[in-house]
Design a protein around this ligand. Structure first.
Ligand SMILES: O=C([O-])CC(=O)C(=O)O
Length: 159
């Protein structure tokens, strides 16, 4: 994807929701985007792991992890499975770990911070529901656009 969010904003201001700038880039790809799939979970990454084990088909997984800074919801093994399965990226309202390895992967990863502590895996969490964080509502099937400047979300694909 080579669309700049600033250019998109100038063209489609009314159609775009723009996230508050609270994310850092951790993936080897900074410009990424696509249709979204959502997961809502808290300090339990079961749904993140199982979703990224499915075919991604260029989609972006949006994870509302409640903004927890206490543990990592994504590490190098799950990120590698996302790459292998064709996901374009992950937007995570929470933390990752194995940031050096993830930084070398052809995957977009925007998250809040890093934490070496892993999360629980008890099978908790919800999939395919609207989630809201960073001032933006993400609904399944929305399209997201990410680059060095931030994250923009639209109900339809934009060009
Ligand atoms: O397994 C986890 O919970 C997270 C992790 O470290 C990985 O994906 O490698």
């Amino acid at each position: 994807m080579d669309i700049k969010t600033a250019d998109l904003y100038d063209r489609y201001e009314d159609a775009l929701r723009v996230c508050e700038p609270i994310f850092r880039d951790f993936g080897g790809r900074v410009r990424f985007g696509g249709p979204i799939v959502t997961v809502k979970c808290f300090e339990d990454n079961s749904q993140v792991k199982s979703t990224l084990a499915e075919p991604g088909a260029g989609r972006v997984l949006v994870v509302d992890a409640g903004g927890s800074l206490r543990c990592a919801m994504l590490g190098d093994l799950i990120a590698a499975s996302a790459v292998e399965n064709g996901w374009a990226g992950v937007i995570l309202f929470g933390c990752i770990r194995d940031s050096r390895e993830i930084g070398e992967m052809p995957l977009g990863v925007k998250a809040l911070a890093t934490n070496p502590r892993k999360s629980q895996r008890r099978g908790e969490g919800q999939r395919d529901i609207p989630v809201t964080f960073a001032g933006v509502r993400f609904s399944p099937g929305d399209h997201v656009y990410c680059d060095e400047d931030g994250i923009a979300v639209a109900a339809e694909p934009l060009t």
